[in-house]
Design a protein around this ligand. Sequence first.
Ligand code: WTA
Length: 654
Amino acid sequence: MENTPKWYDAHLQDYRKVAYIKSKEEYDELYNRSINDIDRFWSEQADKYLTFEKRWDSVLKYDFNTADIEWFGGGILNASYNCLDKHVDKLKNKVAYYWEGDNPAESKVVTYLELYNEVNKFAAVLLANGVKKGDRVIIYLPMIVELPVAMLACARIGAVHGVIFGGFSAESIASRIQDCGAKIVVTVDGGFRAGKPLPLKKNVDEALTRCPEVTKVIVFKHAGMDLKLDPSKEIWWHEAMADPNLPSYVKPEPMSSEDPLFILYTSGSTGKPKGVLHTHAGYLLHAAMTNRLVFDLKDDETFWCTADIGWITGHSYTVYGPLINGFTSVLFEGVPNYPGWDRYWEIVAKRKVDKFYTAPTVIRSLAREGAGWVEKHDLSSLKLLGTVGEPINPEAWRWYYHYVGRDWCPIVDTWWQTETGGQMITPLPAVAPIKPGSCSFPFFGIDPVILDPDTGEEVKYPGQEGALFIRKPWPGMARTVFGDHQRFIDTYFSRIPGMYFTGDGAKQDEDGYFWIAGRIDDVINVSGHRLGTAEVESALVLHPDVAEAAVVGFPHPIKGQGIYAFVTLNQGVAKTDELRKGLVNLVRQQIGPIATPDAIQWADALPKTRSGKIMRRLLRKISAGQIDDLGDTTTIADPSVVDTLVKGRVVLNA
Ligand code: WTA
């Protein structure tokens, strides 16, 4: 692997024979049409991927100053119809999901017909429990088939789902329920992680002590836990589904193109996580089209996106994208290292997965355990690999390419966000050579530009780094922050008026390839999970002994970024390990295990400007150990603070 070429194209000739998009010329032609001939191009795509009950009146209307965006206005369709009814006759015996349990002895094969039946039945259960069009339904389930069933049942009756990742705490669940005003929660007794049961229902119980407006809880029995339900509001999923009076068919609710489909909470640089809202037609089209073209997925191929459905990646590439296309996917409940570090490869070999999509943090942790785990399995079914969530470092890229991809599979490094709904900048496998670490070129309809975030001027091309903006709307983009449209405008459309601000730094090289540098705001990316430093700080300062806290991300060999907290205690409080543990627990309880700080450094004082602003830039350097390169410290009120912090830096052995 030493003499690695500048780019990789071993697959290119082979893919040019089979791929949907066979050359750079073809890509350029389509790309230009997607940007300049919006009405025609996007009408064709919508006709190809979606079935409307009533066709749209206009393709696109928008105003980026007020952040009002309408795609396929006047159109009527239903997401569940497009995922199931549309092709259930033809695909009834085709596998929709190969479900693989945390326990390798457990697996399930679910066909399109079975999924269709379950979704209809659960839609009837929701209706019977009073759920109406437009109501929000919170779903807190592990990676089991009932998760897509619940989502699609909501979509079928026009309810808006809000899936919460199983790694979030009771506190996080409560604040999301309150924010979206859900009256019903769908959950489970427990899930499994590496053989250990996780008491998910317990988290819901705790959350609901603060959510009196929730009047119904539907509980799926998965972990065989001995639970007593509260008969005044809680019901078992299996009992509700067994009701003989339940209709086996529920007519899909006619939804306008711009009716809400789901809310997904994500972290920003300020305040609490925001409820990013996605709507019907545009989102569904973007998810379906990218799923087919970016992975160059063929109808007889098996796809596996390892992301949890609790994140946008799972929404778009385990649920909506694959099902609209009628693809077969893997749905995996467990973790990559249980029972051994070859669990992924065992499943790839067992299900003959053709195209595989995961996160750089996973690749780094697998690579650390050695290639032996990969080599134990026959991975010859793999034809394409993908990554998402954070920039991929060249070592991880080469390991993935060499050991998993046999020095042949293209790797599509897909850059996108919860707010973008689907992939935005990404290689397509037959278009151009791939450069490790670059997400290549924009997908159809995506018009990115790199600007100086303060002046709004374009940076020098090629090579200069700036902030990544998107000039025009694309179908899958978020439409608002639930309940707070002004926050949507302020966060995404105000930095440079008239453009969507991504929050990421980026540059373009001399060949036009895009390279993402990571967040330029106070969002950190821990194992591909977004966290706002402000959220972690708010959790820490809840502790009665804490006077002040500043949190930054620092480079972490596996997680990409780790969480480093500088904490100032109240006068006279002893700096004990006990207290440190207490603070870690407090953060886990307030946000969830994914926000566990990797390091807590006691700081008698924090470096501040004379106007009292914490100098995070300095804290980032200190946490990363870049102390020879602290930059300009002349604006700091008390320079001795920095020396003390440098001496007290916590060194981690990850
Ligand atoms: C980062 C996940 C570099 C980026 C789909 C973005 C990436 C944030 C990549 C969104 C990539 C995602 N290369 N960085 N291929 N993909 N990111 O909302 O900082 O969980 O803004 O969406 O992840 O994270 P989110």
